[in-house]
Design a protein around this ligand. Structure first.
Ligand SMILES: Cc1cc2nc3c(=O)[nH]c(=O)nc-3n(C[C@H](O)[C@H](O)[C@H](O)COP(=O)(O)OP(=O)(O)OC[C@H]3O[C@@H](n4cnc5c(N)ncnc54)[C@H](O)[C@@H]3O)c2cc1C
Length: 432
């Protein structure tokens, strides 16, 4: 009976170490440093590099990778248990070498890259010497990549790229961009596009502005609006085959979505912990907030939703390890992608409100978490699109009936039951 919700004692020891290390050493970083992607900033280097060295010494560096790429090859279930701890702290993924979008970008480089591309782009990326950017969405179209217009034309030995991309996260810190571009406009929709490796300092790559989220200040925005103007890259900078852009993007997004969900479990838990602490500390009308039944309902709903979400994430991770094929878990990944923003939003909303005015202020993290919950409903595709995936795949497991009445029709079922057992019970239809 291989159905088990326990963690092996040996791995639990690692998780305990990670928990303490993240709380004590990593969580403080977000209060004294800027972006975790600003890897060349001397302040980041001073504080982050020694912590990364400790993680490497403990053999916990880049746990999403298999041994062929220098990771321990733990698989997705162990990674989920780790990521829900790392998800609490903004710098934790960088300290442990598992930060998006570099993980997904490394995955496609490992899968589709040539030996030269791996040497130039993948090796420094895996060592966090540099960071990368995935540049796909365009200002006029996001959820439907078939509408992208950014174009590359082969001129001699160079591809020349022209067009606009939008919400290219971390481009301002990146050393290279992976750009999805139309190379074959006349081909069938899913074979029109190709993927390119573009060093960010290539002439013609122009960051129009760095867009921020919510009320974030313009200067700290991290989602670049990029104009590609006659950007020339050598023909060998094509990643994968010409026309294979969609396939390459899909390879990257499966893992990316579940890793986000794993980390989101950590953020939801963080808001939930704060909510519980607050209601036990605050009094109103002569008693603790925790004694009010409407407050208790909020605690109960939050715990139930958080645990349901966590279990779905863990089961999906387990299924990825079992099948070793993302295509077999598309429904599961789409389901957690669709559930994530709702659970994140609802738990944070309750945590914010139970802290009163303080909860809404910029002295608590809830407003930022609330914006992030909306982010999880958009980045890597909107919730609606993922729900459609779930529904379509679920419906593949069913078929319609040819009969006048549905198969659950009680009168018909009774007739069938009597036909089967009636003789034994001496019953006839209409004689019940
Ligand atoms: C914080 C953040 C970071 C991001 N980082 C990156 C990045 O690094 N690289 C990158 O390329 N992109 C990035 N994105 C872009 C992201 O992938 C897109 O926002 C997403 O694909 C949706 O595209 P859109 O914003 O153009 O929305 P649209 O395509 O305009 O859709 C708008 C809304 O329409 C509805 N909708 C869309 N399609 C359907 C449908 N089929 N059925 C029903 N309703 C639908 C949904 O409510 C959707 O939210 C990021 C986005 C955010 C918010």
């Amino acid at each position: 009976m291989a159905w088990d919700f326990e963690t092996e004692p040996e791995f639990q020891k690692e998780l305990d170490w990670i928990e303490q290390f993240v709380r004590e050493e990593v969580e403080p970083l977000e209060h004294v440093l800027g972006s975790q992607y600003d890897v060349h900033n001397p302040r980041n280097q001073k504080l982050v590099r020694p912590l990364q060295a400790e993680v490497r010494k403990r053999k916990l560096w880049a746990c999403h990778l298999g041994p062929e790429l220098g990771g321990p090859g733990y698989g997705q279930l162990k990674l989920a248990l780790m990521n829900e701890i790392l998800g609490r702290a903004r710098f934790a993924s960088v300290v442990f070498g598992t930060q998006a979008p570099d993980t997904g970008n490394a995955e496609i480089l490992a899968h589709y890259g040539t030996p030269e591309q791996k040497k130039q782009f993948l090796e420094p990326l895996l060592n966090n010497e540099i960071v990368s950017c995935f540049s796909m969405t365009e200002p006029h179209a996001g959820a439907d990549p078939k509408m992208f217009k950014c174009r590359a034309e082969l001129k001699g030995d160079f591809w020349v790229i022209n067009g606009e991309k939008w919400f290219s996260s971390n481009a301002r810190f990146s050393s290279f961009l992976i750009v999805m571009v139309v190379t074959d406009p006349e081909a069938p929709p899913h074979q029109k596009m190709s993927m390119f490796l573009v060093p960010t300092d290539t002439p013609g790559v122009k960051i129009v502005r760095n867009v921020g989220l919510g009320t974030e200040h313009e200067e700290t925005g991290e989602h670049a609006y990029i104009r590609y103007e006659d950007v020339r890259v050598p023909r060998e900078n094509l990643l994968g085959q010409r026309g294979q852009g969609f396939e390459v993007a899909q390879t990257r997004l499966g893992g990316g979505r579940i890793h986000h969900a794993m980390r989101t479990v950590g953020q939801v838990r963080k808001a939930f912990d704060m909510m519980c602490e607050r209601v036990l500390s605050r009094e109103t009308q002569g008693e603790s907030l925790a004694n009010k039944q409407m407050v208790q309902e909020q605690i109960a709903d939050s715990w139930i939703e958080m645990e349901q979400f966590r279990l779905l994430v863990l089961r999906t991770a387990w299924r990825i390890d079992k099948y070793k094929d993302y295509r077999k878990v598309l429904k599961d990944i789409a389901a957690i992608k669709a559930l994530m923003p709702k659970v994140y939003h609802d738990v944070v909303y309750r945590a914010l409100r139970l802290h009163g005015a303080l909860g809404l202020s910029n002295e608590m993290p809830f407003s930022a978490q609330m914006v992030e919950s909306f982010m999880t409903s958009l980045a890597d595709g909107p919730t609606e699109v993922h729900k459609v995936t779930v529904a379509r795949r679920v419906l593949r497991e069913y078929k319609g009936t040819d009969g006048l009445f549905p198969s659950g029709h009680l009168v018909s079922r009774r007739e069938q039951a009597i036909a089967k057992y009636g003789k034994l019970l001496e019953l006839e239809v209409g004689n019940l």
